[in-house]
Design a protein around this ligand. Structure first.
Ligand SMILES: [Zn+2]
Length: 399
């Protein structure tokens, strides 16, 4: 799935076998990014022939992807019809499996969630399989008149081309055939992706403009663990067997506050994840002879934002290690942007300066500094990631 760079789009109008698909997607992307827009304006900006644009616009309108929204202004003659993406009706089901909760949501073409349900994730694979199958089938049945596709995000090793989930390390689930089973019971296509890759694709398609316009960026997903997604030249960099981007397990020291999900105390994840931050907080309380009350990550972030000193210290120390790791990524990959995702970004203002200070150490003299920004995808970036898999396929070029 490659995002069409509109600046480069003119040079993509070429190969005869895919010309129709590519032109269709270029027009759809112009409507998405520059709406409201008229047929004449699309033709002018894309250098496609007026009649070609008209055929494509008619097709996109009849398949329900775009709608006419009245007349624009004219420089003389008939006023043109303006077009925009069709929003408000369901096109995508997103299934987001995380270590604590699983969410199934229905979304429109703009990525807006129309309805969702969240339930606790169980380590029992059989139970989870039947929960997801039942709930997804119910949702799809209720919206049977819509042409839905399903996107799924899992915290594990995935072959997205074959739709196979090899391993979910957190629960040690292996060869999970959930995608095939969802396809059997719903008759709908399922696109599956590793959570960090799905989230970085969602950043590419639905994130801040600065991210959408950069071809090369790294997304750091801070959650129970740490996931990273690398977007290189507008596509996910996957590496051998799709195992690329596992920077969460790079060595960051030898004395982390917790064990990594892989069992080591040396991994970046064991220093800079939510779990590491919670453990630091517990230790700080213990140090001051205070009792802990089962604080979860949301509480901890709120406490830090309210100025509670133990929570604030746990947050800042975690941010220090987060910055250290990011500085290594910058040294190795020299991305245009690093985007940080996850609940921790709620408290961005409390640690952004520290993060920038640490990560800027590693920028080579003379190079423009890597831009460091929080995600705009909100509290549930992996859910937007799951939904985005379906949407991106509709907007992505066939190449
Ligand atoms: Zn590890």
């Amino acid at each position: 799935m490659k995002r069409i760079n509109l600046q480069k789009a003119k040079s993509q109008i070429a190969r005869p076998n895919t010309i129709r698909d590519i032109n269709r997607q270029i027009v759809l992307n112009y409507v998405r990014d520059r709406s409201p827009i008229s047929r004449a304006e699309i033709a002018r900006q894309t250098a496609l022939h007026r009649s070609t644009v008209s055929v494509i616009v008619d097709d996109l309108e009849s398949t329900g992807l775009i709608i006419g929204i009245g007349e624009g202004t004219s420089s003389g003659g008939r006023k043109p019809t303006m077009y925009k993406l069709r929003t408000g009706s369901p096109v995508a089901v997103g299934i987001d499996v995380t270590p604590r909760t699983t969410t199934i949501a229905l979304a429109d073409l703009g990525g807006t969630v129309l309805e969702q349900e969240t339930f606790s994730t169980s380590p029992d694979l059989e139970f989870m399989t039947s929960q997801i199958l039942d709930r997804t089938r119910n949702l799809v049945t209720r919206y049977s008149e819509f042409d839905l596709e399903i996107g799924m995000s899992v915290p594990g090793l995935v072959d997205q081309r074959l739709g196979r989930i090899f391993h979910v390390p957190y629960f040690d689930w292996r060869d999970w055939d959930i995608c095939q089973r969802i396809e059997q019971v719903t008759g709908k296509r399922v696109i599956v992706e590793n959570d960090a890759n799905a989230t970085s694709l969602a950043e590419l398609w639905f994130g801040y403009e600065k991210i959408r316009k950069s071809d090369t960026f790294v997304m750091v997903l801070v959650g129970e663990g740490i996931g990273t997604g690398i977007i290189f030249d507008g596509q996910v960099y996957r590496g051998e067997m799709g195992a690329g981007g596992e920077f969460g397990h790079m060595i960051a020291g030898d004395n982390a506050p917790i064990e990594c999900s892989c069992g080591s105390r040396e991994c970046w994840e064991a220093y800079a994840s939510e779990k590491a931050m919670l453990q630091r907080y517990r230790e700080l309380l213990k140090h001051d002879d205070l009792k802990e009350n089962g604080t979860d990550i949301e509480n901890l972030i709120e406490l830090a934002m309210n100025g509670e000193k133990h929570a604030l210290m746990a947050l800042k120390e975690t941010a220090y290690y987060l910055g250290n790791g990011i500085s290594n990524l910058i040294v190795g990959l020299s991305p245009q942007v690093v985007v940080v995702s996850g609940k921790i970004t709620k408290a961005w203002d409390l640690f952004a300066d520290e993060l920038r200070r640490i990560s800027e150490r590693s920028v080579l003299a003379g190079l423009p500094p890597t831009v460091l920004i929080p995600s705009s995808l909100g509290d549930a970036p992996t859910l937007i990631g799951a939904i985005g898999l379906v949407l991106a396929r509709k907007f992505a070029s066939a190449s």
